[in-house]
Design a binder for this molecule. Structure first.
Ligand code: PLP
Length: 436
């Protein structure tokens, strides 16, 4: 059973119940119902502090940590990020508005996205978003024009693609030359756009950004991209007499979805990146830029757990068994979308042997509505039992939908002894709010 506890916030409670962040999952279900998203607030805060402490200890305090809020975006998360002294990365007016309404200090927000409309740009400026991360020449010119109209000097960074393939799966590899994101260094496009940015009057270029992928367990990926980015920064310093104040190395650190995956030592990884970055700067005779990171998943993923109630167990002798639960692709689309793996646990019967192999499936009218295939659950599994899916804090709630008019589950935060609702359960009436 120790293989079940892939994160330190999982443990065994009384009666064979799974505990999460010190709370009995069956108790939580009695109080809040299923399907239910849980989030461990203390773990989220500890992860923020690991990154922030690393900037302080290893990068001379020069750098920012941006929470990539697309991983999980709702008001309470932005409040926590504000309290922890984090910055955030936002990718749409919806995320900007949520952060703004949560009282997040918007000068600490970075606006990403490969297609910002003029309205998006204006909206972001009117809400005092600190920095735009520019993804195209069209955007650069639009941001300059709108900043001029609004009489402001807008801070911008340029997103570059260092040409690295992280060997993680295709859907989440973003640092390659043929990516839809950013300006390629290899092709000379990064040079051209930098030159243009430096001539535009309403912009202040605050540095460069890259983000090469996802589920990275090794500092090597960050070191390789830092090397390419720092060489580029040194080259621009030489050719254009412009010294970039900041280099954002993006996000992408991995988390454990399965016991077979490693447990990442973030602190040690960041220390290694720092050491290599300063060595490279010395070699390039480059004053070290502030170094920033932009983690999403590694802040919130294993702080999340989803609970479901079993509705039926279908055994098809000689073929396959299905266990269906009261949620599905509407609250967790990641297996259907790109085959994401998860650890699935019999939350109410943790101590029973698990001899039934099954697919855990959702309630939607869609054959691909699978939470996870090849799960082992107790033979006794039946209607009313609880199923837990671990490591669901990132890209679950934020990708949730209302397919089949299924209301979205609530997000309940666990904070020491306390639990509280951070996002309410959607009601049937809520589903009708937009129907004219
Ligand atoms: C998604 C994304 C991140 C966060 O990635 P994680 O894998 O969740 O850490 C950071 N920066 C950018 C630009 C992104 O698109």
């Amino acid at each position: 059973m120790t293989r079940d506890f892939i994160c330190s916030n999982l443990s065994l409670g009384s009666g064979g119940h799974l505990c999460f962040a010190g709370h009995d999952t069956a108790e939580l279900v009695r109080q809040y119902g299923t399907p239910l998203y849980l989030m461990d607030e203390q773990l989220i805060r500890r992860r923020c502090r690991t990154y922030l402490d690393a900037i302080r200890k290893y990068f001379g305090g020069r750098g920012n940590v941006l929470y990539a809020s697309k991983a999980a975006a709702f008001k309470r998360i932005y409040e926590i990020m504000a309290e922890e002294g984090m910055c955030v990365d936002v990718v749409s007016p919806g995320e900007i508005f949520t952060a703004f309404k949560a009282g997040f200090p918007m000068e600490r927000a970075w606006f990403h996205s490969n297609n910002k409309t003029d309205e998006d740009i204006r909206f972001a400026m009117e809400h005092d978003v600190g920095t735009f991360v520019i993804d195209s020449t069209e955007e650069l010119l639009a941001v300059d024009r709108i900043a001029g109209e609004l009489g402001r000097i807008q801070k911008v960074m340029l997103r570059l693609t260092p040409g690295i393939d992280t060997h993680t799966f295709e859907a989440v590899a973003t640092g390659k030359v043929d990516s839809k994101f950013g300006f390629a260094i290899e092709t000379g496009q990064a040079d051209t756009v930098t030159e243009l940015a430096l001539t535009l009057e309403n912009l202040e270029l605050s540095g460069f950004h890259c983000h090469v992928g996802s589920m990275v367990f090794d500092s090597d990926v960050f070191i390789r991209s830092a090397k390419i980015m720092l060489s580029f920064i040194a080259h621009i310093r030489y050719t254009h007499n412009y010294t970039a104040p900041e280099l954002n190395l993006g996000g992408g650190y991995g988390v454990r979805y399965l016991a077979s995956q490693p447990e990442l030592d973030l602190d040690a990884n960041l220390a290694e990146v720092a050491e290599k970055v300063s060595a490279m700067c010395r070699e390039l005779y480059l004053p070290q830029p502030a170094i920033s990171f932009e983690p999403g998943r590694s802040i919130v993923a294993d702080a999340g757990l989803t609970l479901y109630t079993v509705g039926m167990v279908k055994r098809i002798p000689g073929f396959i068994n299905y266990v269906s639960v009261d949620g599905g692709m509407t609250d967790n689309i990641r297996y259907a979308l790109y085959g994401a793996e998860y650890t699935v646990l019999p939350a109410s019967h943790m101590e029973e042997p698990r001899e039934m192999c099954c697919s855990v499936v959702g309630r939607c009218c869609e054959s691909d509505d699978v939470i996870q295939p090849n799960v082992c659950l107790p033979e006794s599994t039946q209607r009313g039992d609880l199923i837990a899916v671990c490591t669901t804090g990132a890209y679950n709630y934020s990708m949730a939908s209302n397919y089949n008019r299924v209301p979205r589950p609530p997000v309940v935060m666990l904070d020491g002894e306390k639990s509280y609702v951070a996002v309410k359960r959607e009601s049937l009436e809520d589903l009708l709010l937009l129907d004219a």
